[in-house]
Design a protein around this ligand. Structure first.
Ligand code: COA
Length: 360
């Protein structure tokens, strides 16, 4: 996850460049009370401001520019409704079970053949995880844990990415209490999110269909099987973003791959291919892209026929030794991240991402 400090970014020249975010494609007539013309006028006036309005205001402005995301969410929702009626929003995952029920807006969740599939469903944003999505994943995990028909729980992504990690625009939505309140709320959400994985009582499987970034990679240390397509990559660019590891990776990674390889990933942002990640033990097995879906789902369907109690109890035996330790690691990682999110290093890195996206 990423947050950022609002203490810097004060040079006028940089503010001027940031204020010239590209025009967005709003519908012709009106936008919730303001006409397109009024919007254009306000946008032009913004770049004539003489005084820097401050970082919090600038981030709010950025968030307003991003209202187009509401349309994306609308598309995702319609896509999920169509999928429910038998259509498929992501052709490349057609070997998966069709969604049988979906009350989520950012996920496609289905249960079939004793397998609950949680598919991240924001392909246009490379499945970046929004605040709403974190909450929905926690709910979906809870539902899978409680449903006695569910033997395996599988994560995958819609489209060409598995997941691009935390949605960095989560942090343009600054509450009244400012960045400290945002860091606190973000920290609490992260703590609950990771806790949901630590406490999950049944086998968890990742079907990594493409590149994976950030928290979608760190959390893999708590999965019981990680199947990857050859095209998948694994990247945790924390220091690049002025941040620090989460998802208990500061504990699981050194245990899985040894301290020096873990540091190469978690400190020095080394991106691994699927084959490299498999050699290090983070990935269970790599499959050719062409046969990935059919081969993986064939296997999972057969695994899901194994005796459910035996599977769940065996998983709990393997994981219980570390459970208290993992909760402590999660707490420590969250504390460190809340500090990081308020640092200048982090703020600068996240603003750089937005500036690059605004093609300045
Ligand atoms: N947060 C917010 N938006 C994201 C995102 C993220 N983590 N990852 C992707 N997006 C958005 C992009 O801004 C872009 O939005 P736009 O169409 O409105 O411009 C859209 O998703 C498509 O991404 P794009 O960058 O055009 O695709 P790409 O294939 O060139 O690059 C990534 C994909 C994931 C490599 C690149 O988007 C990226 O580096 N994202 C940030 C990843 C990250 O740092 N995550 C946090 C780790 S702690």
């Amino acid at each position: 996850m990423a947050l950022f400090s609002l203490r810097c970014f004060t040079q006028t020249s940089r503010w001027f460049r940031f204020s010239r975010v590209p025009a967005l494609k709003f519908h012709k007539s009106s936008m919730m009370g303001a006409t397109v013309e009024q919007f254009e006028e306000a946008k032009n006036k913004m770049s004539t401001l003489k005084n820097d309005p401050g970082n919090e205001v600038k981030l709010k402005i950025y968030a307003l520019f991003k209202q187009e995301e509401a349309r994306q969410q609308y598309c995702n929702l319609i896509g999920s409704l169509l999928a429910k009626e038998g259509g498929s929003p992501a052709q490349e995952v057609s070997a998966q079970p069709a969604a049988s029920s979906n009350t989520y807006t950012t996920l496609l969740v289905s249960t079939q053949d004793n397998i609950t599939t949680i598919q991240l469903n924001r392909p246009a944003k490379k499945n970046a995880i929004t605040t709403e999505m974190y909450e929905e994943i926690i709910d979906a995990l809870q539902q899978a844990a409680e449903d006695t028909s569910v033997v395996l729980t599988v994560f995958t992504g819609a489209g060409d990415f598995y997941c691009s990690g935390n949605d960095l625009s989560n942090f343009t939505k600054i509450p009244e209490g400012g960045v400290e309140q945002m860091a606190k709320a973000g920290g609490e959400l992260l703590r609950r999110y990771v806790k949901a994985y630590i406490d999950f009582p049944k086998p968890l499987v990742a079907v990594v269909n493409g590149p994976a970034v950030g928290i979608s990679v760190t959390i893999l240390g708590m999965f019981d099987l990680v199947y990857a397509a050859e095209c998948a990559t694994f990247h945790t660019p924390f220091s690049q973003l002025g941040q620090s590891p989460e998802g208990c990776s500061s504990y699981t990674y050194p245990r899985i791959m040894g301290a020096s390889k873990a540091c190469e990933m978690l400190l020095f942002n080394k991106k691994l291919t699927a084959v490299q990640a498999c050699e290090l033990g983070l990935v269970t097995e790599v499959f050719p892209d062409s046969s990935f879906q059919s081969e993986v789902w064939r296997r999972l369907r057969s695994y899901a026929k194994l005796p459910p109690n035996s599977l769940a109890l065996s998983k709990q035996l393997i994981r219980s030794v570390d459970k208290d330790r993992l909760h402590a690691v999660n707490d420590a990682e969250v504390e460190r991240l809340m500090e990081r999110w308020m640092s200048d290093e982090c703020f600068n890195a996240v603003m750089s991402f937005f500036q690059a996206k605004a093609k300045l």
